[in-house]
Each structure stands twice: as C-alpha cells, then as structure tokens.
Design a protein around this ligand. Structure first.
Ligand code: FAD
Length: 413
C-alpha cells in the first residue's frame, strides 16, 4: 500500500475534530482529517452550553457561528407536573459567554468543518480508518476510500481520535471500558412544533421529568426554523412494554406528560423517527504513545445536561494546545496536563447526572425557594463551567449536592 507522511491525523470531522484541527492549524501545524461520511450528516446532540463558545472562539469560528441564524439559547428549563424551574445562563457564578445556541447538527457540524478547511485544514470525506498499527510509537493508519473500496496508509507523528460514536481507537487498540452508568435508550424526532403556548420559552431547552417515573425524562429543543427536537430517555427495559413502532412509542410517552401534551398539541410529525441506545461509554486511558482521545471517542456520560459537545470541545482545545507544545519539542505529560484536568469537569457532570437519576439533584432543581447565590453556582455548571474549582459545587460536588438535596427535601416537607 502507498504510505503518506503527515504530522497530525485527526479521525472524524465532528465538533471535536474540527475544533482540534483548526486550533492546531492556527498554531502552524499541518493537519489532515479523515471523515467517514459526506457532510452534512445527521448526528444527535443539538443543545449547546455557553462554555463551548469559548472553544469555537479559540478556533476562530465564533463570527461564523454567530452569523449562521441559529436559535439563541439563554438557558435551561425543567418541568415536572405543575413544577417549573428556569436557569438563565446569563446569570452564572463563573463569568462567561452567557447565551448560546440550539442547532441542527447536520448544518452546524458542516459549518465548523468548513471553517476548519478555510483555515487550511485538509479534510478527506468518505474515507474511513479501518486499522491502526501503533507498535513502533509512530502511528500507521490504514484508510479505506469508501467510493471505490481502495486503501492506502498514513504514517503520522500523532493521531487524535475524534470519531465520536465510531470509537475508532478504543476499538482498534483495545481501550474500551464499560460505562458504570446503566444502559439507557432514547427515542426522538424533529417535529414542526406549531407551539402557541405562551408559557413555552423557545430560548431555553426544556427538560421534562415523567410524572410518575422520575428516571424517565424528555428533551424539547426548539430550532430557529419552527421545528423542535423532541425525545424521551429511559432505561432500556422501560421500553419493553411500549409500542415497537417508534412514533407510536414517542407519542405515547409524550401524552403521559401533561405539559408536553399541551405544548405539542398542534405539532406535525413529518420527520424520520430515530432511536439510540447504550451510548454511555468509557475507556481505559485517554492517551498513549502517539495518540489521544477526544470527545465522544473517549468517555460519554449521559445526555441530560447537554454536556457532550462542550466536553468534546474542551478536550479538543486541551489536546491541541498540549500537542502544539509537544510538536515544538517540549516534553509534556499527557496524564497530568490533559487527562487529569479534563476529568475535573467530567467528574462534576457525573455527580449531577447521577444525582439526576437518584433524584437528589431533581429535588434541588424543583425546590421552590433556592438561595440566589447557590442557584448561580449550579447554573454555572449547567452552562458548562464545570472546571471552575472556585465554585464549591465543582470543587466538592458530591458532598455539596448531598447536603443541599437534604436541605431542600426537609424544607419541602
Ligand atoms: P461526533 O459528533 O459523533 O463526530 C464523529 C465523526 O467521526 C462523525 O462524523 C463520524 O462519521 C466520524 N467517524 C466515525 N468513525 C470513523 C472512522 N472509522 N473513520 C473516519 N471517521 C469516522 N451533546 C450536547 O452537547 N447537547 C445535547 O443536547 C446532546 N444530546 C444528546 C442526546 C443523546 C440521546 C445522545 C446519545 C447524545 C447527546 N449529546 C448531546 C452528545 C453528543 O451527541 C456528542 O457528545 C457529540 O456529538 C460528540 O462530538 P464528537 O465530535 O466527539 O463526535
């Protein structure tokens, strides 16, 4: 096979790949991205957090994103029966970007990839990584061209795996680790929403807790074009006694939540139905000789707080900056300068995801008289600032959440 030489190869052109490759390119490194699909392509993950705009800015793409006509998102709302709570991302403990966006990922990911390309990154679409030999310390990647099934190889100094649900290096280098979270499944679609409910705020994601099954929740993510992403998430076994037909199944779940039944009463269901399960995943290590894992190719927790793209972009920024130093000849330590600091935010989100499902965090969210300062600290995390260790709900998340949940429960009685 023909062997090409490239300093940096990035696997995948989703948000992780585009942000990492653009940052490296801006620092003067030639980057090649290999992407299996043709863009635009569908992927789930449509509600962004404020903090991810910091990385879009670092990658030189903020103006393009601001001019793309995307749905503004000012925060998150939570509904459970009659209870309703809003968080405004412009009121966070950690100073930051404030408002962010809700996006159809097909167009958004293409925008980011095009922006990376415009800055000099080479992206090869419809080519996939099928094998990796990392035994010499210098990765040798085998690429298959999907159009004609031909193959070639790339010898790289370093590879960044941004393959998302493709999980290329975890699979090929035997790095997979099962997630500690139970297996859940989502059923979702886009609806022409026709919402006329005056209480519904298009500028926030709405997370709804199922009236009786508090581990079952729904997302409603409005876009700027009159459509809304609508989905339900539940443990896999909760779907056993539900209709097999996905639309009937989702309609049934929606009809059980009075707020959603009201909000979507005029909705037109004219888009394909989708389902995705077993998406939580983990890995043995985030890095090794000649490689690092970014975004969903590494660990993915859970969709409830829309943290996926933000964690993905944060990992890309951290890895790109560290790799820049390494390629300039500095000795860097991927464990203490990448893996450990990245995990600070991942562990913060883990606390609140677990607290969502054991209902301790739900009791905090739905508590009616929160202290404004505590609310700002929690809002900060929901806006993505989960790495700010001056925030006690980041630095000491488990203990703080447990104490706060206890207080909220006592005062609600
Ligand atoms: P991806 O966006 O998956 O991109 C990876 C790319 O790699 C793809 O384009 C793929 O074609 C390519 N690829 C794969 N294999 C290969 C290969 N062998 N060779 C070459 N290329 C390859 N996140 C949020 O921030 N907000 C949300 O509201 C949200 N909702 C979610 C809802 C659900 C139900 C789920 C499961 C996840 C949700 N997420 C959300 C998470 C979000 O989907 C991911 O975190 C995000 O897409 C990760 O981006 P990425 O760049 O790492 O991977």
């Amino acid at each position: 096979l023909a062997v090409e030489q490239h300093p940096v190869v990035v696997i995948g052109a989703g948000p992780s790949g585009s942000i990492a490759s653009a940052i490296l390119q801006r620092k003067g490194h030639q980057v090649l991205v290999i992407e299996r699909q043709e863009f635009p392509r569908f992927v789930i993950g449509e509600s962004l957090l404020s903090h991810c705009l910091d990385f879009i800015e670092e990658a030189g793409m903020l103006e393009a994103v601001r001019n793309a006509g995307l749905q503004i998102k000012h925060g998150a709302a939570f509904g459970w029966g009659e209870r309703y709570t809003e968080f405004d991302f412009r009121e966070t403990y950690t100073p930051g970007m404030g408002s962010t966006y809700q996006v159809r990922r097909a167009g958004f990911d293409k925008l980011l990839a095009d922006q990376a390309q415009a800055q000099g990154v080479e992206i090869r679409y419809q080519e996939e990584i099928v094998a990796v030999d990392n035994s010499s310390g210098k990765p040798l990647l085998t690429v298959r061209r999907i159009a004609d099934d031909s193959q070639y190889q790339i010898q790289a100094e370093f590879m960044l795996d941004a393959s998302g649900y493709g999980r290329v290096l975890p699979r090929l280098l035997d790095l997979e680790l099962p997630s500690a979270l139970p297996v859940r499944k989502a059923v979702f679609t886009h609806v022409r929403d026709c919402i006329d409910d005056p209480q519904f705020n298009r500028e926030k994601i709405l997370i709804t807790t199922h009236p009786e099954m508090r581990d079952v929740w729904y997302w409603s993510i409005p876009f700027s074009d009159g459509y809304c992403s609508l989905g339900v998430v539940a443990l896999e076994e909760r779907f056993d006694d539900r209709p097999e037909d996905l639309e009937t199944c989702l309609r049934e779940f929606v009809s059980e939540a009075p707020n959603l039944k009201r909000i979507f009463k005029h909705a037109i269901w004219d888009q394909p139905m989708r389902t995705l399960g077993g998406y939580s995943a983990n890995v043995k290590t985030l890095h090794g000789s000649g490689f690092a894992l970014l975004g969903n190719a590494a660990e993915f927790l859970d969709p409830v707080f829309s943290s996926g793209v933000t964690i993905a972009m944060r990992s890309s920024s951290m890895a790109a900056n560290l790799l820049d130093r390494q390629l300039r000849g500095e000795t860097v330590d991927w464990e203490t300068e990448f893996a450990k600091p990245l995990k600070v935010g991942v562990e913060t989100f883990r606390t609140y995801v677990e607290g969502w499902y054991d209902t301790s965090f739900q009791d905090v969210i739905y508590y009616e008289n929160p202290q404004p300062e505590v609310k700002r600290m929690l809002c900060s995390i929901l806006a993505g600032y989960a790495w700010d260790e001056t925030n006690p709900y980041v630095a000491d998340s488990r203990r703080r959440l447990a104490v706060l949940a206890e207080l909220c429960r006592m005062q609600s009685q």
